[in-house]
Design a protein around this ligand. Structure first.
Ligand SMILES: Nc1ncnc2c1ncn2[C@@H]1O[C@H](COP(=O)(O)OP(=O)(O)OP(=O)(O)O)[C@@H](O)[C@H]1O
Ligand SMILES: [Mg+2]
Length: 237
């Protein structure tokens, strides 16, 4: 579904991503792991046109989307839930959800999806009329994910959805991602929580200093003590 070919992302003289190639197949969950500053956010941002791709190609279902405007890419069916659970704090939960569907014209489909996600995230139904700023961190993260889903993406990219949340809330987020996986949604998941992410993912990539240091099956990464210890600070299994 998504193919990155030798992608570079630079901010002026700063080279954040240096020639990364990766693939996400339809129905697959891919984990993108790596230490702080590795270039994970830059890479997923470049896919949706929010960071500059200075070289390389990004293809979605074979179509070259490199450098296209974000809105066009979202319309093509790929959405990013950005780092830091960004919601519109002064808008209500309902308004945030409606904004997620702003690129869509199928009003019946939007109403249908709204019902689906209020069912999946009961807390959002309960707090539908509340301003987003009144929600807890975990609830805001759920709102950010649900808002992304309202664009009815073929593929969802999530940038560290569990960051800064209490362990119990992290479990809830992963439970939800397992639920989305069973619905067949294709996902690219950026995570610091490597163990949890590898439980969920089919394949995994590890980047460090902007370059790939591992690409393969999630199970193989778990078994690779060296990569796990060197780049992810974890004991191998
Ligand atoms: N807008 C920007 N302008 C300049 N440099 C940037 C910008 N965004 C990121 N960088 C730099 O690019 C490099 C990669 O950053 P990036 O945010 O992509 O890493 P990351 O893997 O997502 O890190 P983290 O795990 O901390 O979120 C870092 O050195 C960072 O300082
Ligand atoms: Mg990041």
């Amino acid at each position: 579904m998504l193919q990155l070919e030798n992608v570079h992302v630079s901010y002026g003289p700063i080279k954040a991503v240096r020639g990364v190639s990766l693939e996400v197949k339809g129905g697959e969950i891919v984990a993108l792991l790596g230490p702080n500053g590795a270039g994970k956010t830059s890479l997923v941002s470049s896919v949706v046109g929010l960071a500059p791709t200075s070289a390389g190609k990004i293809r979605l279902d074979g179509a070259d989307i490199t450098g296209e405007p974000t809105e066009r890419i979202v319309t093509r069916g790929i959405t990013l839930t950005p780092e830091g659970r960004r919601v519109f704090a002064d808008l209500t939960v309902g308004e945030n959800l409606q904004l997620g569907a702003a690129c869509r014209k199928d009003r019946d489909g939007v109403a249908e999806d709204l019902e689906t996600y209020l069912e999946l995230f009961p807390i959002l139904r309960k707090r539908y009329a509340a301003r987003a700023r009144m929600l807890s961190g975990g609830e805001q993260q759920m709102l950010a994910i649900a808002r992304s889903l309202m664009s009815r993406p073929k593929m969802l990219m999530l940038d560290e959805p569990s960051l800064g949340l209490a362990p119990r809330v992290v479990d809830q987020i992963f439970e939800l991602l397992h639920g989305l996986r069973s619905k067949g949604l294709t996902m690219l998941l950026v995570e610091q929580n490597a163990n949890e992410a590898l439980e969920l993912a089919d394949s995994a990539y590890v980047i460090a200093s902007g370059s790939l240091v591992f690409g393969g099956k999630a199970a193989d990464l778990k078994a690779s003590g060296e990569v796990m210890e060197m780049y992810l600070g974890l004991e191998g299994h």
